[in-house]
Write a protein that binds this ligand. Structure first.
Ligand SMILES: Cc1cc2nc3c(=O)[nH]c(=O)nc-3n(C[C@H](O)[C@H](O)[C@H](O)COP(=O)(O)OP(=O)(O)OC[C@H]3O[C@@H](n4cnc5c(N)ncnc54)[C@H](O)[C@@H]3O)c2cc1C
Length: 374
């Protein structure tokens, strides 16, 4: 269990100890808050590294990809539980415990359809390690693999598979006219060429008939085409984890996409003591871990202002962290990638150096001050 300094300030409850929650908790502890951090799992997982960890479960990267919360100093008092219900000044945990708060941070992230490939289903580090072995066995056994969705996750997963396993037939099915269609044509074309050079078969303007592969090993597409598939991995449809707000007074502030409405300073509209950070808020930007981290860091500083003056004017979040058009790095295995900083497209070798070797695991360990080996 992480050691909490003997703070006596207001009580901050952090729900969801991902990128946003952990960095906000650390900032609040430094500002003198008593902090309770709640997460349903007993470990932090670096989602950026999940796909490589899933196909290389015995690698050093897979070992560093996840670590126990007890190895992160400065999270305050940590409770492993799911939050079942939130009220104006309390949260009810699935253990039955009710935790009162002065300030609340909601940072429960989002779930991706790629299941155990992208994110943990089990709640303990040891169960996650078993899931990684299961994903490896699934991929190893399959000869024909179809990835449904040619966005960030689908592309990175296809690249990890072809780089790790020789002789697989890998397909990507995508509804738009090009993969990665929310990025520039230049980036899309570069990615598509890399994938084709690595024998990935791309099916654009096609939709899979979900579940049609069950018991048949043949995936049907809506066009009538079929693809042989020993393994189908759906990567579409990331969803914010805000279901626990259903029936609460916050429910009416959740938009159609499942995101919680916030003011520019990331406080929930109408709730001056409640923040919503990272993937679950309705800030109009690509939902990315480095932005969730920066939102957590900003909120730590804003809480320091509130500790001095409850009516302090807080610093507003700058959309995309202040970078016009945002920034993004996409890995294509360990030695190639693409991305952009604003409107400037990055060279493959730059992305490989910055991200692809260790998938930012070293950076996250340093920034969180992780103290023990995984
Ligand atoms: C495969 C993949 C690759 C990615 N690659 C990149 C990348 O290269 N770069 C990048 O910047 N971003 C990347 N992202 C996006 C990035 O991971 C997310 O934007 C980021 O994790 C969001 O951070 P967060 O703090 O909002 O939520 P999360 O990191 O998702 O953390 C949320 C936490 O809340 C907990 N939780 C959920 N519900 C409850 C509940 N009811 N009670 C208690 N705890 C709960 C969860 O267990 C989790 O620990 C990737 C995502 C995926 C899936």
């Amino acid at each position: 269990m992480a050691i909490s300094p003997n703070n006596s300030g207001p009580h901050l409850l952090v729900v969801g100890a991902g990128f946003a929650g952990c960095f906000a908790a650390k900032g609040a502890i430094e500002a003198g808050y008593r902090v309770t951090t709640v997460d349903k799992k007993d470990f932090f997982d670096i989602k950026y590294a999940a796909l490589r960890a899933a196909v290389q479960p015995d690698s050093q990267l897979a070992k560093s990809y996840a670590f126990k919360y007890s190895d992160i100093p400065g999270l305050g008092s940590f409770k492993q539980a799911s939050v079942a219900r939130i009220g104006k000044d309390f949260a009810e945990l699935d253990t039955g415990e009710v935790v009162k708060f002065d300030y609340l941070i909601l940072a429960t992230g989002s779930s991706n359809a790629a299941g155990i490939f992208a994110q943990p289903q089990g709640l303990t580090l040891s169960s996650r390690r078993s899931e990684l072995q299961e994903t490896f066995a699934l991929v190893q056994k399959a000869k024909d693999i179809v990835i449904v969705g040619g966005g960030f996750v689908g592309i990175e997963l296809a690249a990890e598979i072809v780089e790790t396993f020789a002789g697989k037939s890998v397909h990507i099915v995508h509804p738009a006219a090009r993969l990665f269609d929310n990025k520039s044509i230049k980036i899309s074309n570069w990615v598509q060429k890399w994938l084709k050079d690595h024998k990935v078969q791309i099916h654009v303007q096609e939709r899979a008939v979900k579940g049609s592969e069950a018991g048949t090993n043949i995936l049907k597409l809506e066009s009538g085409k079929t693809i042989r598939a020993d393994l189908v991995i759906y990567t579409v449809g990331a969803k914010p984890n805000t279901e626990f707000l259903n029936g609460s007074e916050f429910a009416e502030l959740v938009d159609k996409a499942g995101r919680l409405k916030v003011n520019p300073d990331l406080r929930v509209v109408g709730y001056p003591n409640v923040f919503a950070l990272g993937d679950i808020n309705d800030v109009k930007e690509e939902k990315l871990g480095y932005l969730a981290t920066q939102q957590g860091q900003l909120t730590g500083k804003n809480l320091a202002l509130l500790e001095k003056d409850r009516n302090a004017k807080l610093t507003a979040w700058k959309v995309n962290g202040g970078v016009s058009n945002g920034a993004m790095l996409l890995s294509l295995g360990q030695n190639a990638g693409t991305g952009h900083f604003g409107s400037c497209v990055l060279f493959s070798f730059m992305v490989a150096l910055a991200k692809c070797k260790d998938m930012f695991t070293g950076k996250v360990w340093n920034e969180l001050g992780v103290q023990a080996g995984a």
